[in-house]
Design a binder for this molecule. Structure first.
Ligand SMILES: [Zn+2]
Length: 415
């Protein structure tokens, strides 16, 4: 236990020292930017091996550069065009920022001096085809290859030292296709997409370019920003973007290709994902939920008494078995009309249940007296059972048959 705590303490000291070292180097770097003490600077150089990670940029691919939170890589396409490219070059120089430029062969052919300036300033230079056709997703492979070769040929021809050309390629318009990508990868060329553009090739204001650059960067927290050094709006937007990057605590990373003398920066595969799963995301490590089939449920049989080890002598202790009847109607039959009729003569019974015995006897005697008076006619035809029957009986006894009402007749006719 003592040993492990010593290890932990030593580790935290190492982490602390490394942190101070990193902070110190960044401060020193800003200080190293002559005449610009508040420069954004370049926080580190990332060396990548195109063969290990051939496609990068989450706009199109699973992997992107292994950047840490708040790290940004600036990329500029379609140059060089002296009118604007040189202004951008000056801004980056003033901030001591190193970026990556994707050169069009025709532009390099027309402005070889522009390519040499980029290399001299220490920027990374990759290529972006010969004439920038926006048909890479459907052009024949041999034509795509000619475009790739033309870009490389004219860009390297503009360089004093062609070995400075990075094996990085960005497909014009990001019009990717498997065949083109495979061709590039087979030649050890890394395919660069981006993590977010700022739409600076569209007819938008410089302020909009600035807003999109920052908003999209903030949404991802880090990544490769795609800009164009041939646009006036990009020239106008860049100072504000760089100022805001510094204010928000972003750090610029310079990317260079690995060579025989310069090995790739050690990374783990998971660092090449924009948002790799972390230890704090336990759900990613939990087993998958089994695939229950709820539609195939079946009822278990109800236990029989025998299942409960109920013996004959114990049966009185258990609830009586009820016999379930299948096919019993869900509703009870409608009761007969005379179900609620009070039988004549049962008034004594009714009264005896609701009144005191003395009161009941008195009332029963009172009820008996008039019945006894007309008992003869009643006894002739027998005792009618209900009040309705009694009325009918009385009517029949008088010889007058019940007639339907006039209303009933008129309704019947109309029907
Ligand atoms: Zn382009």
């Amino acid at each position: 236990m003592i040993g492990s705590s010593v290890v932990v303490r030593t580790r935290s000291w190492i982490v602390l020292c490394l942190g101070l070292l990193a902070a110190g180097s960044q401060a020193a770097l800003a200080g190293e930017c002559p005449g610009h003490p508040d420069a954004l600077g370049t926080s580190r150089t990332l060396v990548v091996d195109p063969r290990e990670h051939p496609r990068i940029g989450t706009m199109q691919y699973r992997e992107t550069l292994p950047l840490k939170d708040h790290e940004v890589v600036l990329t500029f396409d379609d140059g060089p065009l002296p009118k604007y490219s040189y202004q951008i070059l000056k801004m980056l120089d003033d901030e001591c920022i190193k970026a990556t430029f994707f050169i069009i062969g025709e532009q390099a052919k027309a402005n070889p001096e522009g390519v040499r300036k980029l290399v001299a300033a220490g920027h990374t230079v990759g290529t972006h085809s010969m004439t920038h056709p926006l048909t890479f997703d459907r052009m024949p492979l041999d034509k795509a290859e000619a475009q790739i070769n033309g870009g490389i040929e004219w860009t390297s021809a503009a360089m004093t030292d062609p070995s400075k050309l990075a094996p990085f390629f960005r497909i014009p318009g990001l019009m990717r296709a498997d065949g083109v990508e495979n061709l590039l990868i087979s030649r050890g060329i890394q395919v660069w997409s981006a993590d977010f553009p700022a739409d600076d090739w569209r007819h938008v204001s410089p302020d909009r370019v600035y807003q999109l650059a920052i908003q999209r960067l903030e949404a991802k927290g880090k990544g490769i920003l795609l800009l164009h050094d041939i646009q006036a709006r990009t020239v106008a937007a860049l100072p504000k973007i760089l100022r805001d990057l510094r204010a928000r605590g972003y750090r610029i990373v310079h990317v260079v290709p690995a060579t025989a003398d310069l090995p790739a920066t050690p990374t783990t595969p998971v660092e090449w994902l924009l948002h790799p799963p972390t230890e704090t995301t336990p759900i990613a490590r939990w087993p998958a939920i089994p695939n229950f089939v709820f539609t195939q449920t079946s009822m278990l049989p109800a236990p029989a008494l025998a299942d409960l080890n109920a013996r004959a002598e114990h049966q009185p202790l258990l609830p009586h078995k009820t016999i379930a009847q299948a096919g019993v109607a869900a509703t009870l039959p409608v009761p007969g009309r005379d179900l609620f009729a009070i039988p004549e003569g049962s008034i004594e019974v009714l009264l005896s249940t609701t009144l005191s015995r003395r009161a009941a006897t008195r009332m029963a005697m009172a009820a008996e007296a008039p019945r006894a008076a007309k008992g003869k006619s009643a006894s002739k035809a027998g005792k009618p059972r209900t009040a309705h029957a009694a009325a009918k009986h009385t009517a029949q006894a008088k010889g007058t048959a019940p007639r339907p009402t006039r209303v009933a007749n008129s309704v019947k006719k109309r029907a």
